[in-house]
Design a protein around this ligand. Structure first.
Ligand code: PEP
Length: 251
């Protein structure tokens, strides 16, 4: 049985005070979240604050939004997997569409980052998904297959034994346009089927999150689909009550 998961991607948002209040609000409401794993992914600079606030709790792991492939050295502006680990991170988001689009991360680099996460003892949350243009051209499955194949080629199906996938149609991220539950389920089923052709058990145990304008009001229907195991949440993860509503919907 796959444990549902809801991960908050704060993106580049939040002052120290806002972030502290957000964590406090989530912690206060955690009594009503009994089954879902709740993960917080703040910007790098806020990780120490989140780590300090959540120290000693075992119910809310945290993670990075990105990492560099190198372990240390002359890479100005970058943060490595071992550094994230040192600050208590458990997870790291890899290949978010904003990284792929604005920072030109290609499939090869994303696959390298996936490996760097594992090497540092972190669980990658690998994001894949098509643009609107690609969907309209009927290329959705080909695109997610290509994105998965790059990681499979580098790390094999065993790489997915300790990983989380997030299907995030690019056209749904931060746009207010959510995939319908049926549209999302169709792609999730395709992804699981593709991995199952390599190893049924790995595919069956793998959590595949949906991401793209998930809100308290649409989460339940999305998470009710057979192959959707929770969500990667951007905008709505910045409001404690909204985020908690989404977490409850995952149960
Ligand atoms: C995301 O950042 O991964 C995301 C899905 O954003 P939003 O929920 O704001 O669409």
């Amino acid at each position: 049985m796959r444990r549902p998961m809801v991960a908050g991607n704060w993106k580049m948002n939040g002052s120290r005070a806002e972030s502290a209040a957000l964590v406090d609000g989530i912690v206060q409401g955690m009594g009503s979240v009994t089954k879902a794993e709740v993960v917080l992914c703040p910007p790098y600079i806020l990780i120490p604050l989140v780590a300090e606030k959540l120290a000693g709790r075992h119910d809310i792991p945290w993670g990075g939004q990105n990492l560099d492939t190198h372990v240390s050295g002359a890479y100005t502006g970058e943060v490595s997997g071992p550094m994230l680990k040192d600050f208590g991170c458990t997870y790291v988001i890899i290949g978010h569409s904003e990284r792929r689009t604005y920072y030109h991360e290609d499939d090869g680099l994303v696959a390298e980052k996936f490996g760097a996460a594992h090497a540092a003892g972190l669980t990658p949350i690998l994001c894949i998904g098509e643009t609107l243009e690609e969907r309209e051209a009927g290329q959705t499955e080909a695109v997610v297959a290509r994105q998965l194949d790059a990681v499979l080629a580098a790390h094999g199906i065993d790489g997915f034994k300790n990983a989380v996938l997030a299907y995030e149609p690019v056209w749904a991220i931060g746009t207010g346009k959510t995939a319908t539950p049926e549209q999302a389920q169709e792609v999730h089923r395709f992804i699981r089927g593709k991995l199952a052709a390599k190893d049924g058990k790995v595919a069956d145990n793998l959590r595949i999150l949906y991401g793209g304008s998930v809100k308290g009001s649409n989460a339940k229907e999305l998470f009710g689909q057979a192959d959707i195991d929770g969500g990667l949440i951007g905008g709505a993860s910045l409001k404690a009550e909204e985020f908690l509503t989404i977490c409850r919907a995952a149960e």
